[in-house]
Design a protein around this ligand. Structure first.
Ligand code: CA
Ligand code: CA
Ligand code: CA
Ligand code: CA
Length: 388
């Protein structure tokens, strides 16, 4: 990365949007770096519970009508909540399950048909483990289909972060789950009969300290796990992937400040795109290359909007999700959705940003890559030799 020595050199403005790239240094950062300051376009309704309750969002894309896509968010003291693309709450399901992290799976084979699923780690005593819900594309209703009510994790003890993986090698679907001791388990999700989804443990390994944020790249076959005070680890995602990981981003570098929280992937064709990490310690998001050696690219610091009804900025940020796909008139180039630890207008909620307001002229905008039609990538793209 070129070192710039002057603050405020604007290098990209996306139309009327709020995308301003500026090169600036901040006191907690060791080098000059590009900073993006987008303003939210919408905010979801606040979650029903106060205190630290909203945690992690996921995005469900409606194949037939993208404007009917949904944001699915967790309420750590309640249930799983869906919102439409204006932020209006649609449904609360499993209201006492205490979900923490949520992800979406497309086209899971269940009872002879293909269904979309939401998958979350849940921490209520009576539902400790992994829970699974179907998402009905017509009604946009989610329904609990977990065999036995919950797939038990860590010997019937509390899970923390979760992330799903669809193997393009074998066609199998998995859920990674971790806990506050840094223990990791991988479950194959299976058709459990009678319309229910079950889970079979296929792997376990351990990181030294507390982990949560987790995202898998189906096309490259790797899973990224955030060790909250340390950085971001990369592991092979297949069940025979072993217990040896690679630390690809460290706290203290490029202003990544613990806790490292949610992780998400902006995917584009040919293995391109970005790994985006929530840097809770300074309420920022760090953007790394999805491919290559995951070089650091830039920082996103959401700002307060303009005008009397301005949406507030993001603080103590937690979970994050992004899509490259068009999703209704507000989001022709996809969007980024983030948890906001302090919502000016009530309980915690989720803030949503146009991707083009983040990308400006410097990041990719690829609306064609399709999460329902992923392609396994060649080893050269997946794991190039480490740069010196
Ligand atoms: Ca998520
Ligand atoms: Ca955490
Ligand atoms: Ca805020
Ligand atoms: Ca979290």
């Amino acid at each position: 990365m070129t070192t710039r020595r002057r603050i405020g050199c604007v290098i990209g403005l996306a139309g009327f949007s709020a995308a301003v790239w500026l090169w600036a240094a901040r006191p907690d950062e060791t080098s000059w770096q590009p900073i993006i300051r987008p303003a939210a376009i919408i905010a979801t309704e606040p979650v029903p519970h106060d205190g630290d309750s909203a945690d992690d969002p996921a995005i469900w894309l409606c194949a037939e009508d993208p404007s009917r896509s949904m944001i699915i968010g967790t309420d750590k003291h309640g249930g799983l909540i869906s919102y439409d693309l204006s932020g209006k709450q649609l449904q609360i399901v499993s209201g006492n399950s205490w979900p923490d992290n949520v992800d979406v799976i497309y086209d899971f084979p269940l009872g002879g048909r293909k269904v979309d699923l939401a998958v979350a780690g849940t921490r209520a005593k009576q539902e400790l483990g992994i829970k699974v819900w179907t998402i009905d594309a017509k009604t946009r209703q989610m329904a609990d289909v977990t065999a036995g009510g919950a797939i038990p994790t860590f010997g019937h003890t509390e899970p923390y972060g979760t992330g799903v993986y669809h193997s393009l090698k074998t066609g199998k679907f998995y859920c990674f789950v971790n806990n506050k001791k840094g223990e990791q388990e991988q479950y194959e999700l299976i058709d459990g009969g009678n319309g229910k989804v079950g889970g079979v443990k296929v792997r376990s390994f351990k990181l030294p300290s507390i982990t949560e944020g987790c995202v898998a790249d189906d096309e490259t076959g790797f899973v990224y796990i955030a060790e909250e005070s340390v950085g971001i680890w990369k592991y092979p995602a297949e069940p025979d992937g072993g217990s040896e990981g690679k630390l690809i981003a460290r706290t203290g570098e490029h202003g990544l400040k613990g806790d490292v929280e949610g992780l998400t992937l902006y995917c584009a064709a040919g293995g391109k795109g970005y790994l985006i990490a929530s840097s809770q310690g300074n309420s920022q998001f760090k953007v790394y290359r999805r491919d290559g050696n995951h070089e650091f690219i830039c920082t996103i610091i959401p700002r307060k909007g303009d005008g009397p009804n301005a949406i507030d900025a993001v603080d103590d940020t937690d979970g994050v999700a992004v899509t490259n796909r068009p999703a209704g008139p507000n989001f022709p180039n996809g969007f980024l959705v983030v948890q906001d630890g302090h919502n000016d207008k009530g309980n915690q909620n989720f803030k949503v940003y146009r991707w083009e307001d983040i990308a400006g002229k410097d990041l990719l905008i690829d609306t064609q890559w399709d999460p329902r039609a992923q392609k396994a990538l060649a080893p050269a793209v997946v794991d190039p030799p480490q740069a010196k």
